[in-house]
Design a protein around this ligand. Sequence first.
Ligand code: SAH
Length: 224
Amino acid sequence: MYTQQLTKPQYAGRGMTSDRTRGRLIELIKSMGVTNKAVLSVMQSLPRHIFVEEALASRAYENTALPIGHGQTISQPYTVGLMTQTLFNKPRSKVLEIGTGCGYQTAILAPLCDEVVSLERIVKLHRRARDLLYDLGVRNVKFRHGDGFAGMQDFAPYNGILAAAVSEDVPQELIDQLAEGGRVVMPVGKDQRQVLIVIDKTSTGLIEQEIEAVRFVPRLAGLG
Ligand code: SAH
């Protein structure tokens, strides 16, 4: 039987920004606490301006969230770095991402694991990210349109789950689709009161920790 080779992408050399522009952003997020070398290296090699509209490209190397259309935002680079290093406290082969958005976080996850399943509720964002990442040479991501908070049973279990939209609770479906030893990193709460949490699934139960206060766009309802 033919099986698709899941090769990890490499970004070095792509895009028009100088390494220095990206380097300054990396130094900043490093000083804020993102210290995982593999994460910093991927963020250094991946241009961010290609994920936003041309009019916003000049602001792509600031440590801020930016609009990506449809009322959504590309996450702040520091937050992307923090969530990614929190997820990869150890190697994680298969990761479920909730909220593909523009695909920036997805493109960071792809080189760090064997396979990513990325779910997005807004079909136009789903298609745009899928096509952009294809052009970037990313081949180890499965993009699906739908409610990410229901997870994706077809490809479960996952060693890691990361969500980029805030939910008031952690859906049981996500816990069920997590492998033993797996970790969820997601914002929970509402409006101004949101916190990034980590849940580890161990042989004896779930262990939950709070990381820090964050600000994310709200979870959208399912397709009904
Ligand atoms: N990591 C993305 C973040 C985008 S913002 C980026 O850097 O671009 C959060 C995303 O979650 C938005 O694209 C939003 O449409 C998506 N989203 C919100 N509710 C969702 C749901 N129920 N299922 C899947 N995606 C959802």
